[in-house]
Design a binder for this molecule. Structure first.
Ligand code: SF4
Length: 375
């Protein structure tokens, strides 16, 4: 099984924290649709005839695409790849795009999972982040999606925001839970270079939380969300009723994926490649019949480190039988040696061959994962 990711590089405006490749100008959207359809054809061989289990429209703002544009892309994928009948098709959407009519057409096209960028249930925070929607639009969007029959809806939330008090964060979590959705992705704000927040933070105009406050917010998130029947299946991802994101889980399980569109990444078990992050250069290259990408062959250490990093972030953890089979005795020995101290400190537990972070370990996962890297 394999996955396809489509990067839709258009947004209505740029959010204050975002460093994903996107442009706030949709003049070239039709030209882009022609190009990505052509890229689908050019990349037919990439997945070696493996069945496509998941299709993910990310970006950027995929909900800026019209029904016809999404349909053209899906038709092209179906024409050139073997798509599993029980596939998962996710579309990332901004709340202000989710009208009843639009949602009905997404449903008709086979989109069966929505990932909605709500980020906060406080209008003040939304304005600070330069989001285009309001809280009432966000709530309406989810209600519309449920009325249209969507049964797998995820919302994104951001914590660690400037001046965010614990009680306001808790209110955010409650509002998300009240929407009766199946999935929540919650990320800590990171200040990325070349963003408005980076500029403000450099000029000391953002009151960012201390590490302790961030940790408190994360702990509150995990507590509240688990009490409400969600399973933390990855550090930042929570699902109810088995609604785990298949697409993202496959990334973490090391499944092959093909990324299409500017800045999209692909992986085929032995190498990683990424398309150029420039729409004009992408369009010109594709019109000349060439996918503009750079490639990196993965060394054995890199493959192993990717495996450990991604596995430890999930609730399944590391399976040493698989580790040994895929990487050999040397890596298994190194891994097992490093587990001892962490098990004593109750940061890691094992059941037979399965090693995973404890709740205590999850809170300092970045440091623990660093210890496991093979250099
Ligand atoms: S956060 Fe989403 S909507 Fe905002 S600029 Fe980034 S990709 Fe666009």
């Amino acid at each position: 099984m394999a996955g396809i990711y489509l990067h839709i590089p258009f947004c209505k405006s740029k959010c204050a924290y975002c460093d994903f490749y996107s442009i706030a100008n949709n003049t070239h959207i039709d030209e882009f649709i022609n190009a990505i359809c052509k890229e689908i054809k050019l990349q037919t061989e990439f997945l070696d005839n493996e069945k496509v289990q998941t299709i993910y429209f990310g970006g950027g703002t995929p909900s800026m695409l019209s029904r016809n544009q999404i349909e053209r892309i899906l038709d092209e994928i179906n024409k050139h790849f073997i798509v599993d009948a029980h596939n998962e098709i996710t579309l990332e959407a901004n709340p202000d795009d989710l009208s009843k009519e639009y949602l009905k057409s997404l449903k008709e096209l086979g989109v069966n999972r929505l990932s909605v960028g709500i980020q906060s249930f406080d209008d003040k925070d939304l304005q600070l982040m330069k989001r285009k929607h309001s809280v009432s639009q966000a709530v309406r969007a989810i209600n519309n999606a449920q009325d249209a029959g969507f049964e797998n809806i995820s919302v994104d939330l951001i914590y660690g925001l400037p001046d965010l008090k614990i009680e306001n964060w808790e209110k955010n979590i409650n509002e998300a839970l009240d929407l009766n959705i199946q999935h929540i992705s919650a990320y800590h704000l990171t200040i990325e270079p070349n963003t408005l927040f980076h500029k403000l933070s450099k000029n000391k105009k953002l009151n960012l939380p201390t590490e302790n406050k961030s940790l408190e917010q994360f702990k509150r998130l995990v507590e509240k969300i688990e009490k409400n029947g969600f399973l933390q299946y990855e550090i930042s991802n929570f699902a109810k009723d088995g609604s785990i994101s298949l697409h993202n889980s496959n990334y973490w399980m090391g499944v092959k994926y093909l990324g299409l569109g500017p800045s999209a990444h692909s992986y085929n078990l032995t190498s990683r490649q990424w398309n150029i992050s420039n729409l004009r250069a992408y369009l010109d290259s594709i019109s000349n019949g060439k996918v503009p990408f750079k490639i990196e062959k993965l060394t054995e250490n890199e493959k192993y480190n990717d495996f450990v990093i991604t596995s430890l972030r999930t609730m399944w953890g590391v399976n040493t039988e698989k580790l040994k089979k895929d990487f050999g005795d040397k890596y298994e020995k190194d891994f097992l040696t490093k587990t001892k101290n962490l098990i004593e400190k109750k940061l890691l537990i094992n059941s037979g061959n399965q090693f995973k972070l404890t709740q205590k370990g999850v809170f300092i996962s970045d440091n623990i994962i660093q210890e496991f890297l093979y250099v």
